[in-house]
Write a protein that binds this ligand. Sequence first.
Ligand SMILES: [Zn+2]
Length: 435
Amino acid sequence: MSFTNQEKSSIAPRRWALRGDLLDFTAAPAWGDTESPAVRFDRDHWLLIEDGRIVGRQAAEPDASWARKDHAGQLVLPGFIDTHVHCPQLEVIGSYGTELLDWLQRYTFPAERAFADPARSRAGAEVFLDALLASGTTSAVVFPTVHKVSAEALFEGAAARGMRLVTGKVLMDRHAPDGLRDDVEQAERDCVDLIDRFHGRERLAYAVTVRFAPTSTPEQLAMAGALCRADASLYMQTHVAENRAEVAWVAQLFPQARSYLDVYECVGLVHERAVLAHGIWLDAADKRLLAERGAQVAHCPSSNLFLGSGLFDWPGAEFNVSLASDVGGGTSLSLPRNLLDAYKIQALRGARLTAWAALHAATRGAAEALRLGGEVGGLSAGQAADLCVWDWARGPVAEARDAAARELHERVFAWMTQADERNLAACYVAGQRRV
Ligand SMILES: [Zn+2]
């Protein structure tokens, strides 16, 4: 069933019910299980929504007091959670011919410099947030730029859309070009002001945002750690162990550190609200530390393949793993496309990623790792009605594949390999239709 533009722009009724094939998770599926008790699939059920929250799910049609949206025959999933993505990098997506450190210099830093202009920051945030929603992503952990105004624009844009968003001004006081460096004192003042104004307001949260170890002085890293220690409700986001040349550079810059991760650990940045992107080149002690601290790695499959960074050892991760697009190193904001790339990475390593482990990491797994499990990542009573409706198949090839599927994992896995943003039929945030 399709909706008119008028329906999209109108405010949803206070109480309404959505019909479709409901799929979410009640626990983490075991690695390799194609049949898992953690999967909750309710074919042709109704989800009951009141004041933007889910209040129930049932097989029976609700009574006449409920308004209805009929998505029978379509797949309903919790909105995806992209745990690592860069707002200012939309226009460098698909840039040719480099690995991480050259790619930053040649493509990324010039694009980020433009966000010093408040109008550019606001326009960039609007396009970016709408593109996330159009990809079926309703929550995200986002890098803006070093400019305070770029974080403000994201917070304001997310609040206007009712989205759950975690972001924070990027800290970067060395090894970056003119126009993209801050200094410790001004950066601290900007962080404190942004935390006061946005952290905990509506569905927004602040992340102390270190770009990566090479672009912050030890003094700036210490300041970032002090911010985290002063308020345990703050998130932290950064990059770690993405590429071998980067790891070697960090070892050169921080000769006293045991490892790349240890640079962050020494200043108190590795904690249960820390989101570290990539984590490809970690050793056994690093992996144990991430698990002990309750931190998570945002696995960025399309980026890792595109930049030739390496093959992430997912089955060997003892720590929380979530899924991320890492646009513009990644080649698509669509998490289904990234899940397919995650499958291919494991196939190259001789392992097999099930649709259940993949989808769990992009929904409930990410929510739990962010300590937001009560709010997002599932279709349970009490959670926000952040959900997406997907066509099971689009076009003759996917339709033939869908029709041939004999059991649920086969059907959902085929969906994961064939679907992208064109399969998105509707996207709701806190019960309001946004796409
Ligand atoms: Zn990144």
